[in-house]
Design a protein. Structure first.
Length: 196
């Protein structure tokens, strides 16, 4: 069984989006900071990365067998046109499930069930969780093995934070550090506090 991982492009002050779901142009500027054309597995988009970021990004995509995302992201992207650009089966955690499709499963039974469904699709590969509420619920439930951060040198000053304060876990590492242009890719192991 593969790991459960979450990650995001994050501002220096810890936000994965700015106020009113803004700031993505600044958080993802590194997607166009290099000369290596990298096309997503579905062919839905091509980004231009530095060699270091391209190798990191490709490794992440190849290691991921399924995803869990929230309904807000699913709606905001208009379901990515019918399939997530990574090409992985995607479980949508929502209180308003839709009918399952070839590429999407809708789960209204909580984060544990959503991760269980994603694991059944991922096989030996990792399950990737989108940041924000989905990641926080999974961390609170003790389900996350690693956190991957694409640390971007911008300040958003508010919005949606990646980390919630006062949680019962610590980060160990970094396990890896990859320096790109306008981004540093960091990977940490999640260590949960012992109960009692």
């Amino acid at each position: 069984m593969g790991k459960v991982c979450t990650g995001a492009s994050t501002s220096i002050d810890g936000y994965v989006s700015g106020p009113d779901f803004s700031g993505f142009d600044r958080l993802f500027r590194w997607y166009e900071s290099g000369d290596v054309a990298y096309t997503m597995p579905t062919g839905a988009m091509t980004v231009h990365l530095t060699p270091a970021s391209a190798a990191h990004f490709d490794g992440l995509i190849r290691a991921t067998g399924a995803l869990v995302v929230g309904r807000k992201l699913y709606d905001h992207t208009n379901a990515w046109g019918g399939r997530h650009p990574m090409g992985a089966h995607t479980v949508v955690l929502t209180h308003r499930p839709l009918e399952d499709t070839e590429h999407f499963t809708f789960c209204g039974d909580g984060i544990e069930k959503a991760v269980e469904i994603a694991r059944s699709h991922a096989g030996d590969k990792a399950v990737g969780l989108n940041s924000g509420e989905v990641a926080r619920q999974a961390i609170d439930a003790g389900l996350v093995d690693e956190i991957w951060l694409d640390l971007v040198p911008v300040l958003l000053g508010g919005g949606t934070p990646f980390f919630a304060p006062g949680q019962g876990y610590q980060l160990e590492g970094p396990l890896s550090v990859v320096e790109g242009v306008e981004v540093t890719h960091l990977r940490y192991k999640v260590h949960y506090a012992e109960a009692g």
